[in-house]
Ligand binder design. Structure first.
Ligand SMILES: Nc1nc2c(ncn2[C@@H]2O[C@H](COP(=O)(O)OP(=O)(O)OP(=O)(O)O)[C@@H](O)[C@H]2O)c(=O)[nH]1
Ligand SMILES: [Mg+2]
Length: 468
């Protein structure tokens, strides 16, 4: 028996901090090496179990969850501080899925026990500072990266409650009314049979204990053979640990009702008869209910139902319900504890792979812009990310990007598609202009022109041009 309480939240891990370009300045060292530190990693978003929660109600109020970004890298090889992680507290039994995920994608997480945690979104890697670009061939790089963006997505939460107790009875016996008085549930109650069509779940909190009750739709003769929604309902009974059998005290034949229902249980699966059961003789606020009450009690005792498991109640007024719930709790406590079991193949990852490393950079597509035949769109997970982390303020970063376009075959693919001088090529949100002249002189001139046009601060001029 499951209850589907759901919520949708937006999670955003922290972006990585920007890498720094700096050079060592020391009195007697004429050419201090590069000393720009890396940006810090962005904080991750985690889901953690909090067993004081038993619903997803808190997520109605807050929808957005953001972890802290990484700090900027600094001079003197100071790396930026990592962003703080964010923990989202969820009740045990919560399943989290990426919204809009394909049907067959496993959930991100299914958390059952205190202490369990899983990452929902990984923070972006910090951008590298120029110190980390130093190589034998280029011992004074003037470039740094932007930090990687933190993952962001909408996550669907679903709380699966396992019902401890199934409330069964013939139609109109008062099962839904009983559920509504003993729990927080607000099931539909009406004066006609088959009001309840799908099981309702209610959480009952009493004496510092939590018990989950399920209101099973009315069972009819023939249910075992599939009459009405028979099979469906009986299956629900099977998953509960104990039963509360509600008898309609105003029925013309309460004993007949009781027997018929027991027969249905038996015909479906004889084991259902062995489930611990508490009987609630209902509607005792109505005078009619007095007609058979003693007879029913005698009958039940004769059937072997112990007298402490028989209650006369009024679901409408709440009379006797508290004692009924207490007894039910005692019955449950006498049963062996069942461990919650995972119901999905959730990933429950401690860390999602950083996307830069997981995607293949030569995995890309080149498409012509349908609205503009002088515009081309290059896209691919890794190349998009690489472009987003490229800090165009630095000529060397631009140069590095060009080399990657060549090495990955993107330039070749563009030529194959018929790209021409002056065409616009969009890569990861940045617009570049195609030129057949890919000499460094031409590249530098283009970069400088662009930079002056943007009016950005001139950086690294003192060292320019450097060995590249
Ligand atoms: N006076 C009185 N009426 C009750 C009591 N319990 C239930 N009723 C009434 O009985 C009718 C049926 O109640 P429900 O709770 O909908 O019964 P149910 O067993 O859930 O019925 P189905 O879902 O149709 O199988 C409603 O009109 C209730 O108000 C009670 O203790 N006293
Ligand atoms: Mg009902």
């Amino acid at each position: 028996m499951r209850c589907f309480d759901t919520a949708n939240i937006y999670v955003k891990a922290g972006d990585g901090g920007k890498g720094c370009v700096a050079f060592r300045r020391e009195k007697h060292v004429p050419r201090g090496g590069p000393s720009g530190g890396n940006g810090g990693n962005g904080g991750n978003v985690w889901a953690v179990v909090d067993d004081s929660l038993n619903s997803l109600a808190a997520f109605r109020k807050q929808l957005h969850y953001r972890a802290t970004p990484g700090c900027l890298g600094g001079g003197s090889n100071r790396h930026g501080a990592n962003g703080a992680d964010l923990e989202i507290r969820v009740p045990p039994g919560t399943i989290m899925r990426r919204r809009d995920a394909p049907e067959d994608e496993p959930p991100l997480a299914e958390l059952l026990f205190v202490g369990e945690r899983a990452v929902l979104a990984t923070g972006g890697r910090g951008g590298r500072g120029n110190a980390s670009f130093k190589t034998g061939r280029n011992n004074a790089p003037t470039m740094a990266e932007f930090g990687e963006e933190g993952q962001e997505m909408w996550v669907e939460l679903e709380l699966k409650l396992v019902a401890d107790v199934g409330i069964i009875g013939v139609p109109n016996a008062g099962k839904s009314t009983l559920l509504s008085v003993l729990s927080n549930a607000k099931p539909k109650v009406a004066d006609y049979p088959f009001t309840t069509l799908v099981p309702n779940l209610g959480v009952c909190e009493m004496d510092y204990r939590t018990t989950v009750f399920a209101d099973i739709p009315g069972l009819l003769e023939g249910a075992h053979a599939g009459v009405g929604l028979g099979h469906e309902f009986l299956r629900h009974c099977q998953r509960t640990r104990a039963l509360v059998h509600v008898i309609d005290g105003t029925s013309p034949d309460p004993i007949g009702d009781y027997k018929a229902l027991r027969t249905e249980l038996q015909l479906f699966n004889a084991e259902l008869l062995d489930k611990p059961q508490v009987v609630a003789y209902n509607k005792i606020d109505l005078p009619d209910s007095g007609d058979y009450i003693d007879e029913v009690r005698e009958f039940l005792l004769g059937e072997g139902v112990p007298s402490e498991d028989i209650f006369a109640v009024s679901a409408a007024t709440g009379k006797g319900v508290r004692d009924l719930v207490r007894r039910t709790r005692i019955v449950l406590d006498a049963m062996p504890v069942v461990e919650a079991v995972r119901t999905t193949d959730a990933l429950n990852m401690r860390e999602l792979p950083r996307r830069v490393s997981s995607a293949d950079i030569s995995d890309f597509t080149v498409t012509a812009d349908p609205d503009n035949d002088r515009r081309w769109i290059v896209s691919g997970e890794a190349i998009d990310r690489f472009a987003a982390m490229t800090n165009w303020d630095y000529y060397e970063a631009t140069l590095r990007f060009q080399k990657v376009l060549d090495a990955t075959g993107i330039n070749k693919a563009l030529r194959a598609k018929g790209v021409q001088e002056g065409d616009i090529v969009v890569v990861g949100g940045s617009e570049l202009e195609w030129s057949e002249d890919q000499s460094e002189g031409a590249l530098y001139a283009a970069w400088r022109e662009e930079k002056l046009a943007r009016g950005t601060a001139w950086q690294g001029t003192a060292r320019w041009p450097h060995a590249v």
